[in-house]
Structure formats: C-alpha cells, structure tokens
Design a protein around this ligand. Structure first.
Ligand SMILES: Cc1cc2nc3c(=O)[nH]c(=O)nc-3n(C[C@H](O)[C@H](O)[C@H](O)COP(=O)(O)OP(=O)(O)OC[C@H]3O[C@@H](n4cnc5c(N)ncnc54)[C@H](O)[C@@H]3O)c2cc1C
Ligand SMILES: NC(=O)c1ccc[n+]([C@@H]2O[C@H](COP(=O)([O-])OP(=O)(O)OC[C@H]3O[C@@H](n4cnc5c(N)ncnc54)[C@H](O)[C@@H]3O)[C@@H](O)[C@H]2O)c1
Length: 473
C-alpha cells in the first residue's frame, strides 16, 4: 500500500474534476486525481460530445433531403450508413480525448491514479493500492443514467446514454422513454438518420424550458415524423428480441429498440461517504460555497453537487472552489446566470429566468418582455431559417433572463449570458453595433424592441423634439 500526501485530491476525471485539477496544479498546488473509468467523464464519452456528433450526422442527412428545393437545389434522399455515423461519433471522441488524457494531466504535474476512490476517514481516500491523505478533497464523480423501476424493464434489452453510441445497427423503430434534452436530441438524430422514433414522456416534453419555445421545437420534431406522446408515464414493459412494448395510460407502443432517458443518478455509491463524514441525499449536500455541510475539507462540483447538470456548470464550479481552496477566499456559486441549450433543430437556449419565472419572482407588472422574431431578420430570411424568436425578460432596465429558439440559438445566447452575469443594462446591448446581415442582429433588435415604445410612443419625447425643432437653425 502506498501512502501519498497532497494538497488537493480530486475524485473523478470528468468535466469538473479535470478543470479543478488543471487549474490547481498550474497555480502551484500538489494535486492527485482519481479516475476509475474513462478520463473525460460523461461529457466526452457518453454525453455532450457523442450526442452532438450524432446530431451533426442527422442534420447532414436532413439537409440533403429536406427543403433543398427552395434554394434551387434538388433534394436527394440521403443514403445513411448508421454504423459509419457512429464511426464519426467515435472519431470525434478520439480527437478531443488527448486534451482530457492521463498523459496530458501527468504532463501538467498531476499525479493520476486510474482507480475508483472511497473515503476511509474524513481526510483519507483509498484508491486501489494507494491511500491518499489530502488537505482538501473534491468530489467530482458526476452522474449516470437513472434507470427507473418500471416493471419488465429488467427483462428486455434497453439502451441508455452509456450504450446507445456503441449501437451499430440502425434501430428500425426507436422508443425513447423520457422527453428531456437527452430524449429529444436523440429522437431528432435518429429520425434524421432514418429510424422511426416514438418518445414517451410522463409529463411535458422539454418541460424545464419556456413552454412557448418548447412548443415550437416539438412542432418541428413532430413535423419530421417523431411521435411524441406526453403525459404518458411508462408503466410496464414487455417483449424481447427487437419487439419491445411500453405500456402507458395513453396506450401501448411497440418498437425495435428502447432508450431510457428519464434523468440522472449521482455517482456516490462507491464513495463510502459516511466514512468521510460527508452528508448526502441523492447528491453530496453542499452549501452555496460548494463545501460539504458536514466536512469543510470536502467540496463537490458538477453533477455530484446536485444542482444544474451541465458541463459548463462543472467548469464554473471548478473556478469557484479553486478561489476558496487555493487562496482561502470566500466564494459562492450562483445559478441565475447559467445558460443552457438543447441542440435540437431549431436550438432552444435559455439563460436566467424564463418569462413565467421572472413574473413569479418580480411580479407581472415589474417585468417587460421584449421580443423579436427570426422572420424579421434578413440573414434568417436569406438562409431560410425564419422559424424562431427571442424574448428577453427585463426588470428595471436590466435583463433577468432570455429565451431564444431558432437557428444557432446556442451561439446567440452568449450575449445574454454576458449581460445577465455582469448586470448589464439593455442599453449596453442596444449600443452594440451588430454586423449586417447576421442572426446576431436579433440581439440588438430585441433591445431596440424594448426601447421602441419608450421612444416612439412617448408623448414627452415627441413634445421635446417639437420644442427643440422650433429653436435649432
Ligand atoms: C447524453 C448526454 C448529453 C449531454 N449533453 C450536454 C451538453 O450538450 N451540454 C452540457 O453542458 N452538458 C451536457 N450533458 C451533461 C454533462 O455531460 C454533465 O453535466 C457533465 O459531464 C458533468 O460533469 P462532472 O465532472 O460532474 O461529471 P462526469 O463528466 O460524469 O465525470 C465524473 C467522472 O468521475 C468518475 N468517477 C465516478 N466515481 C468515481 C470514484 N469513486 N472514483 C474515481 N472516479 C470516479 C467517472 O468515471 C467519471 O469519469 C449531457 C449529458 C448526457 C448524458
Ligand atoms: N444539451 C444539453 O445541455 C444536454 C443534453 C442532454 C442532457 N443534458 C443534461 O442531462 C440531464 C439529464 O437529461 P435527461 O433528458 O435524462 O433528464 P431530464 O430530467 O431533463 O428529463 C427526463 C424526462 O423523463 C420524464 N420521465 C421520467 N420518468 C418517466 C417515465 N416513467 N415515463 C416517461 N417519462 C418519464 C420526465 O418527466 C422528464 O421530462 C439534463 O437535465 C441536462 O442537465 C444536457
């Protein structure tokens, strides 16, 4: 057994853990990193990266066969090689993997141990033949697919995000349980690659998003042939060998393959948290400072911290705790300025409060909703991407939230993430000159829409202008 002493021990080499390790070691701390499975974690191996790569294959197939005619280019049925699309997915993972590799982190000076870790005391963790004693311990163990106890599920072959990207035969009819972002992104990727797709959703599909924006995405997905059955919780599953039936209150649905995407389960089972005096429920219990409520030497970041589950949140958490661990400065994580995007076509992006949340928090009378539609944007018209809108929720001249649905919404939301994070006023966005013709002009135009009634429908402004015009030569 080897004993190691270190300043910082990071458990988990995914988005959060790697950001902590890279930041801390490059600022002079000694760092040990444990990863029991694949460096890069969920995002690289089973999450963001493969899902976006598969969506890209689907988008390409769709672009060839859909609506090409309107550009004067004849549509052509796409010949999809599903296995080759999966090769593309794995090539993308391989291309990014070196950035997250053991070699890179060892090169930075991190001691990487490729074992699972578990607490043996409040300051010690055992990983294989190593006992690591650390001044600070970071739990960055992420999450895995939650598999619900639906009767019959165990008896059939089903996929989760951990297996679907290895499937090489195209599902003839993919049934997806769960209409969250995983379910909807995988539904569109598969329908565009030629599968029939049914989504079974217990409540509302894309239910965490603004309902008006979500409805626009769902309309498009239905238009592409995806069957989306809402308020239909999966209650029983039966069948075998390419014929799986899911029973719901809205009827039974039979398909060739099944994907379960009903949320996540935080990876804490292997950690022996009680031996570390680390309180937990379904995730590690932390305060705003991301420190364990019961053991102040221990922090949790990313999915393990139990809040929003996004790669950029894990990265943000890393910055928050590095300030506290390395410099002893107070540091708190906030959520009001965190954006997220569902990478369907059209994309759906949100930062800060939705319209309903803003009105609930600030009162309807205090919130102005400024709005601009894609069909009024010249670049959207030129490229045939006119479906979509932006709405910005404004309180006392400052945006408190923005929703964008439409082409490149994920890129366009960046301006509002900046504005909300820094408390910028709408005038800062209105003052920006956006290049013409870009979709990005919608950001300036929505700020214009906010000020227009104040300027153009304002009797005082009209009176002042009349008055000044009487006196200037
Ligand atoms: C299909 C899918 C698509 C997604 N798409 C997006 C997206 O587009 N954008 C986005 O922002 N987010 C997306 N996410 C969410 C994103 O993947 C996660 O929020 C992110 O990976 C969380 O990072 P993390 O560091 O907390 O955990 P992870 O990246 O999961 O890393 C945790 C690591 O810890 C390791 N580990 C676990 N237990 C131990 C232990 N005891 N000892 C040592 N190692 C351990 C695991 O093996 C894993 O490598 C997606 C998720 C899924 C499933
Ligand atoms: N683009 C992105 O950033 C992206 C993409 C994918 C995943 N993610 C992250 O991963 C997390 C998990 O995604 P997810 O889609 O698995 O979870 P989710 O919790 O967002 O959605 C799961 C859906 O499954 C439904 N459901 C639960 N039990 C059901 C049942 N028995 N029958 C039918 N429906 C049922 C729920 O009502 C919910 O709508 C997301 O919340 C997000 O943080 C992000």
């Amino acid at each position: 057994m080897e004993r190691i002493k270190t300043d910082i021990l990071v458990i988990g080499g995914g988005s959060g853990g790697l950001s902590v390790a890279a930041g801390a070691v490059q600022m002079g701390a000694s760092v040990v990193l444990l990863e029991g499975h694949k460096m890069g974690g969920d995002c690289l191996n089973y999450g963001c990266v493969p899902s976006k790569a598969l969506l890209a294959a689907g988008h390409q197939a769709h672009a060839m066969q859909a609506s090409g005619g309107k550009y004067g280019v004849a549509p052509k049925p796409a010949e999809v090689d599903y296995a080759a699309a999966k090769d593309h997915v794995h090539k993308v993972i391989e291309t990014i993997a070196p950035v997250d590799s053991v070699e890179r982190f060892e090169g930075l000076g991190v001691r990487v141990i490729t074992e699972y870790g578990r607490f043996i005391s409040p300051t010690e963790v055992q990983a294989g033949q190593h006992i690591i004693e650390a001044r600070r311990i970071v739990i960055a163990t992420g999450s895995g697919p939650f598999v619900p106890p639906i009767p019959g599920l165990d008896a059939v072959e089903y996929h989760t995000n951990e297996t679907i990207f290895d499937l090489r035969e195209r599902p003839e009819h993919l049934i997806i349980i769960g209409g969250g972002p995983i379910g909807m992104e995988m539904a569109q990727a598969h329908v565009r690659l030629g599968s029939k797709v049914t989504v079974i959703e217990g409540a509302k599909a894309l239910g965490k998003d603004d309902p008006e924006a979500a409805a626009l995405v769902l309309d498009r997905l239905r238009g592409e042939g995806i069957e989306i059955v809402e308020e239909a919780a999966a209650e029983k599953i039966s069948g075998a060998d390419g014929k799986i039936t899911v029973e719901t209150p809205k009827g039974s649905f039979t398909g060739s393959h099944l994907l379960v995407a009903v949320g996540r389960k935080v990876n804490i089972d292997k950690l022996d948290l009680d031996k570390g005096n680390v309180k937990h429920d379904r995730a590690v219990k932390v305060g705003d400072d991301l420190r364990s409520v019961s053991n102040k030497r221990v922090y949790a970041v990313g999915d393990a911290a139990g809040g929003l589950q996004f790669t950029h949140v894990a990265g943000y958490h890393a910055g928050v705790i590095i300030r506290s661990m390395l410099f002893g400065l107070p540091s708190k994580a906030k959520t009001d300025h965190i954006p997220w995007v569902s990478y369907t076509d059209p994309e759906l992006a949100q930062v800060g409060l939705t319209e309903a949340e803003a009105k609930k928090r600030h009162g309807s009378h205090a919130v102005t909703v400024a709005r601009f539609d894609y069909h009024e944007n010249d670049r959207a018209i030129a490229t045939g991407k006119t479906v979509g809108f932006i709405k910005v929720m404004v309180v006392k001249g400052k945006p408190v939230g923005a929703t964008i649905v439409g082409a490149q919404a994920g890129e366009l939301i960046g301006v509002w993430a900046l504005a909300v994070a820094n408390g910028l006023k709408m005038s800062a966005i209105a003052n920006m000159v956006a290049p013409y013709p870009t979709l990005g002009e919608i950001n300036k135009r929505v700020a214009g829409a906010y000020f227009s009634p104040k300027l153009f429908d304002n009797p005082t402004v009209k009176r002042v202008v009349r008055f000044v015009q009487n006196y200037i030569p």
